[in-house]
Design a protein around this ligand. Structure first.
Ligand code: CP
Length: 307
């Protein structure tokens, strides 16, 4: 079961058929994870480098566990203690890592498009673990797997993505993938946090959260990215929470079996109340577990071990 393109940088590097094959492989990996022995050493003799220029808990640790459970040698490069701090360029870092003969390099970088530079200088297959405001394809895959497992498909599903769309690479990957699989996607944000060319993403756009989530099958809440905000994008956290926060009362507008999702990390009490984040409709912890399974599946396939 190969993936035709060498690298996974944009979710659209995958065909719809390949996405479903990754789901199937991830579900096999979930069976491995449910067993007593999580070691499934099909990547023995292969090597994976995790190169993270930005902070991460979920993505970095799940890629590390994924590689180790599959028997690969995994090296984590923390850029704050690497030669990046001495001013080494991405190109020189790429040329250096290439000489170490890794099979897969997983990178998170703050600059949109950084992965094309890396991929053009290494023989290893490159997986994008998040670049700037551009793409987070493995997050979209785990989000879609979670929806698929609960809803059985995507055709006709009404999915609202609400929050800081402007800064969100998750939203850009989710909106492409969910629409490719047949869902009906609505984007909702304050006008200052909606990209100026959001209409080109193909989804419906609204600035009214109640309209966005009415009769929704799935609500994906996004984190307010305080580290990427310029001042004045919204008047106050309290006002943001009032107009764009998901609370139990507002959730009643959606279908009774509506899934509540969030890529994490959560700003509790800002974009989502603790009552909803911990409530019965929330599948946020399942998303994390599916992230491990999706990353195991991708490493197995892209590392050359999947039949
Ligand atoms: N959702 C996500 O990418 O989380 P981390 O930043 O913790 O990896």
């Amino acid at each position: 079961m190969p993936i035709a393109k060498k690298d996974l940088i944009h979710l659209s590097d995958l065909t719809v058929d390949e996405i479903y094959q990754i789901f199937k492989k991830a579900q096999e990996m979930k069976e491995v994870l449910a067993g007593d022995d999580k070691k499934h050493p099909i990547l023995r003799g292969k090597s994976v480098i995790n190169l993270f220029y930005e902070n991460s808990t979920r993505t970095r640790s799940s890629f590390e566990f994924a590689g180790k459970y599959l028997g690969a040698d995994v090296v984590n490069i923390n850029t704050s203690s690497s030669s990046v701090m001495k001013g080494e360029s991405l190109k020189d870092t790429a040329l250096t890592l290439d000489r170490l003969n890794p099979d897969v390099i997983v990178m998170r970088h703050g600059a949109s498009g950084a992965h094309e530079i890396l991929a053009s200088h290494v023989k290893a297959r490159v997986i994008n673990a998040g670049d700037g405001q551009h793409q987070h394809p493995t997050q979209a895959l785990l989000d879609m797997l979670t929806i698929y497992e609960h809803k059985g498909g995507f055709e006709g599903l009404k999915i609202a993505i609400v929050g800081d769309i402007l800064h969100s690479r998750v939203a850009r990957s989710d909106v492409w993938g969910l629409q490719a699989l047949g869902a009906d996607v609505t984007l909702c944000a304050p006008p200052t946090l909606m990209p100026s060319r959001a209409d080109q993403l193909g989804a419906k756009i609204t600035y009214d959260m109640d309209e966005a989530i009415k009769d929704a099958d799935v609500i994906i809440m996004l984190r307010i990215q305080l580290e990427r905000q310029k001042s004045g994008m919204f008047p106050s956290i309290r006002e943001y929470a009032t107009f764009y926060g998901l609370n139990a009362e507002r959730l009643k507008l959606a279908k009774p079996d509506c899934l509540v999702m969030h890529p994490g990390p959560i700003n509790r009490g800002v974009e989502i109340t603790p009552e909803v984040a911990d409530g019965v409709q929330a599948v946020i912890e399942e998303q994390v577990h599916n992230g491990l399974a999706i990353r195991m599946a991708l490493l197995a396939i892209m590392g050359g071990a999947a039949e």
